[in-house]
Design a protein around this ligand. Sequence first.
Ligand SMILES: NC(=O)c1ccc[n+]([C@@H]2O[C@H](COP(=O)([O-])OP(=O)(O)OC[C@H]3O[C@@H](n4cnc5c(N)ncnc54)[C@H](OP(=O)(O)O)[C@@H]3O)[C@@H](O)[C@H]2O)c1
Length: 272
Amino acid sequence: MNVYLDAGHHVSFGTFPLRGVELATAMRSAAEIGYRSFDTAQMYENEREVGDCLSTLGLARDDLFITTKVSPNNYAASAFLSSVEQSLKDLRLDQVDVLLLHWPDQHGDNAEALDLLQQAHDRGYAAHIGVSNYTISMMEDAVSRLSVHPVANQVEFHPFLNAEKLRSASARLDLPLTAYCAVARGKMAQSPLLDDIGQAHGKTGTQVGLRWTLQKGVAINAMSTKADNLRLNFELQDFQLSDAEMSRIDALMEEGYRIVNSDLVPTAPQWD
Ligand SMILES: NC(=O)c1ccc[n+]([C@@H]2O[C@H](COP(=O)([O-])OP(=O)(O)OC[C@H]3O[C@@H](n4cnc5c(N)ncnc54)[C@H](OP(=O)(O)O)[C@@H]3O)[C@@H](O)[C@H]2O)c1
């Protein structure tokens, strides 16, 4: 089961690092194009602005699909649930669709944060819960510790990074990956191979890279401030990559290009 893909949210609009007018303009464009799934986080410090914008879109709550993430700064028992209550207040929601732990606990023990995430679910603050930036052993711990099955592990995922071990563990555990940095921050637009495959389908190289991710069974988070890019990133359902094309793109994974690395996030885990 993949709560994003099953509900038709093959692409979510990722709101980091947008704020203010830029955020509101991009969210409105995204909604006009057809995006109904929006991804935010306590760490992005934009939940209130996201909530303000959602309330002006004129969309029914049931049509929206909202993900937020608890910051590791709020993993203490004294802070966790009240921080989620604040997120709900800022987002102007009674419940988010998916609540994630944003990063593994920096002291290496995820048990308390997972228990608190479970409590947030039990209180009705989230319809579904999950994790982000979890390694294979962390995913195994999460699945065995939580009493409801987690629905997502949001990780960096694009054709220039080999996440195959993580992906096969996610299939074994029935804990779907969702992709962040899914357009590799624009790098897919510069790939001659993706561009070449795109020409055969009347698509851009970025669309080919995103389609590759979808055909791996991974739902996408992508951010753009431009309506044209937002539209291109959304229009992925009208073509199919062949097995041969998928294999050619697989070869790009050997580049091992990780954007959100330990220079950027010193507490990032040792990836599998
Ligand atoms: N869980 C986590 O730890 C984590 C970490 C990072 C991100 N995220 C989430 O994932 C979302 C997406 O990740 P991201 O924003 O870091 O990376 P991304 O979506 O891969 O890259 C966004 C950048 O790519 C450009 N871009 C978008 N579409 C394009 C296209 N079709 N052609 C060329 N360039 C394009 C955008 O520029 P323009 O504005 O010029 O289009 C923007 O600068 C975030 O917004 C956030 O919600 C989560």
